[in-house]
Design a protein around this ligand. Structure first.
Ligand code: ADP
Ligand code: MG
Length: 220
């Protein structure tokens, strides 16, 4: 489902952010990606999102070699991904419902399907009663849940999160991580980058660690 074969990433200017990374994750598996600031966590996620390209090595996602993906296939490929960021990037000029509906509108879903899917996503994150609210009226934890609902509304096969609990207190962070675990329970592959080692330790899930661009992966 996710496979890195000897992947290196050298940025323009020469800095090597990832060095010979090997990683394999099955469908429905969950893992935390940890490591110090600057270790290469965001770079690794960006390679999966096709926001960056590897300098060496190969990436296989859902059986597809990303280096062979034609430019015209990228938008379609990304529909299989859900992405959650630290600053959830919600739009404050529209309701919670409309924020979550946006990716479906862009993908050309029918109005009827949109309503059904948005409410299913809101239900999963426990915010069914907030669809008419403006995201500005919600707490930080609730806003992050809306961000997660938006990331999963199109039922992606892979869910990526980059420091999703960076702005939240420990209790809320644990709740958000538990929510991610619910998704892997239904077959979604979940990879979460975080430097919160205490929280990761409490979750008891697989951990892969980057150190200056070198990945160490514990036996499963
Ligand atoms: N676009 C870029 N150009 C050059 N260097 C970059 C770029 N993006 C990230 N880097 C460098 O690559 C290293 C890894 O960055 P990043 O993947 O963001 O690490 P992390 O998410 O673990 O903090 C850092 O030293 C960073 O400065
Ligand atoms: Mg980062």
């Amino acid at each position: 489902m996710i496979r890195f074969d000897n992947v290196s990433k050298r940025y323009e200017g020469g800095f090597e952010a990832l060095k010979g990374v090997n990683l394999a994750m099955d469908a429905g598996e969950m893992a935390f990606l940890t490591g110090h600031s600057g270790a290469g966590k965001s770079t690794l996620l960006k390679l999966i999102m096709l926001m960056e390209r590897p300098s060496r090595g190969q990436l296989l996602i859902n059986g597809k070699n990303l280096s062979r993906l034609h430019r015209s296939q990228i938008a379609y490929y990304r529909r299989h991904l859900g992405v959650v960021f630290q600053d959830h990037q919600l739009l404050f000029d529209r309701s919670v419902f409309d924020n979550i509906a946006l990716p479906l509108l862009v993908s050309g879903y029918q109005q009827r399907d949109i309503g059904r899917r948005v409410r299913a996503a809101l239900d999963k994150v426990g915010l069914l009663n907030k669809e008419k609210s403006n995201p500005m009226q919600l707490s930080g934890g609730e806003q992050q849940r809306v961000g997660i609902a938006r990331a999963v509304v199109h039922k992606p096969r892979i869910l990526l999160a980059d420091e999703p609990t960076g702005n939240l207190d420990p209790q809320l962070s644990a709740e958000i991580m538990a929510l991610f675990r619910d998704f892997c329970g239904v077959g979604v592959t979940v990879l979460i980058a975080t430097h919160d080692i205490d929280l990761v330790g409490r979750m008891g899930e697989r951990v892969v660690t980057l150190n200056n661009g070198v990945l160490t992966t514990e036996p499963q």
